[in-house]
Design a protein around this ligand. Sequence first.
Ligand SMILES: [Zn+2]
Length: 156
Amino acid sequence: MMGQGVSEQEVALLLQAACQAAQKAYAPYSDFPVGAALLTDDGDVVCGVNVENASYGLTLCAERSAVVKAVSEGKRKFKAIAVWASRRPHGSVTPCGACRQVLAEFLEPDALVIMTDEHNGHPKSLKIKALLPEAFGLSADPDGNCPDTGSSKPGG
Ligand SMILES: [Zn+2]
């Protein structure tokens, strides 16, 4: 067990799914395909890829792509996410700041972010709260937990 309720088998499954998803990335500008795979609380895996744009600022990362896809399919509770990159940018592959904030909205502070690249045989795992301490949130919860993502919000 890796802790946080995610088994070694689930980690392996997520990494494989993220790697396979990366083959579908749309990254003609950076040539840096990335895949992400979310593990839902009921055991489903939802993948995302980076989707670049000629207007660079509109590029969507794989992590946020996976979250958007999952939420649009009615899934809002996740146990972990794996991120796989085709190469290592600067020593390690970690979610960008925007993705950390979006992940913090839907994953518990103790949920794992598992990161690796095709040259790395040893995936790195960090908790959301380690990647984004003191995350911005509108909850009154002193622990910084985000609103209950399982309930339907008005207009949502
Ligand atoms: Zn990002």
